[in-house]
Design a protein around this ligand. Structure first.
Ligand code: BTN
Length: 262
């Protein structure tokens, strides 16, 4: 294992209490997976990744070191919360709360775990499981509109663009770790309901006609009448009701947006 360039300690209960900081790594998710075997809650932060990855095998890259936060956390959740939907909601809601604290704007969650401000993506989340559960997040801080346009990323945004402020990276990092830690502590104490309702609110599709694309390649259409960690409830044609486990859902697309491929 390559030794970190710096080790930081943050006064949290668990999440990010120790952070290994690197100038450059392949992927922070890979580095943390190795080290988190023995350290629960370890964070790995990097200025650059040479093989940063996103969902569905996409590449995740950054340019300047203070452009973004490239962070991974390795955890060993107890069985009661060891479910992709719960851990995804944990990360998405806690990071959204940190963003609200930093710039006073609310994020929407685009299923399963993209964070959007004004319809544009500000943070990507990738949860993987190996030696530990690894939460990887890439949060756009100070990129400009021109930089995104040059990269043909017209649907990306940064906290700086949305707030008109220069975002301080250490402050943003602290806020994210504090919120992840508080929310994780609530989960460890069995408090899932507040997380579930915040997650549901941020997804914002209740009552809408939606197209649910499932991981097995099939899909369903209907009105979304409930969204919980236990399942999505749809009222389909002829009032037929369907319940779908969240883990089986690939995408949920509001029907009015399917025409424009939002
Ligand atoms: C996505 O939206 O597709 C998820 C992007 C996740 C990117 C982060 S950056 C830090 C961590 N290390 C990686 O290789 N990926 C995640």
């Amino acid at each position: 294992m390559t030794p970190p360039d710096e080790i930081r300690h943050i006064p949290t209960r668990l999440i990010g209490r120790t952070i290994h900081v690197y100038r450059e790594v392949t992927s922070t998710n890979d580095i943390v997976a190795e080290a988190a075997r023995t350290i629960n809650g370890l964070g790995v932060l990097a200025d650059h990744q040479t093989q940063g990855r996103g969902q569905h095998g996409r590449i995740w890259s950054n340019h300047q070191p203070n452009d973004s936060i490239l962070l991974s956390i390795g955890i060993h959740p107890p069985p009661a919360i060891l479910r992709p939907v719960i851990l995804t909601a944990w990360a998405a809601v806690a990071i959204s709360d940190a963003i609200y604290e930093l710039i006073g704007l609310q994020c929407k969650i685009k299923w399963p775990n993209d964070l959007l401000i004004h319809g544009k993506k500000v943070c990507g989340i990738l949860i993987e499981q190996s030696n530990a559960v690894v939460l990887g997040l890439g949060l756009n801080l100070n990129q400009t509109r021109d930089q995104f346009d040059e990269l043909d990323l017209s649907r990306a945004t940064s906290l700086g663009i949305e707030s008109g402020q220069v975002i301080d990276r250490p402050e943003a990092l602290d806020s994210i770790l504090m919120h992840l830690d508080d929310e994780y502590d609530r989960l460890l104490n069995g408090e899932l309901v507040p997380l579930e309702s915040d997650w549901k609110w941020r997804i914002g599709l209740l009552g809408r006609q939606v197209h649910v694309e499932k991981r097995d390649g099939t899909s369903s259409f209907g009105r979304l009448t409930e969204l919980s960690f236990d399942g999505l409830q749809l009222v389909c044609e002829n009032q037929r009701e369907e319940t779908i486990l969240p883990e089986l859902v690939h995408h949920i697309v509001p029907l009015s947006a399917t025409l424009t491929m939002e």
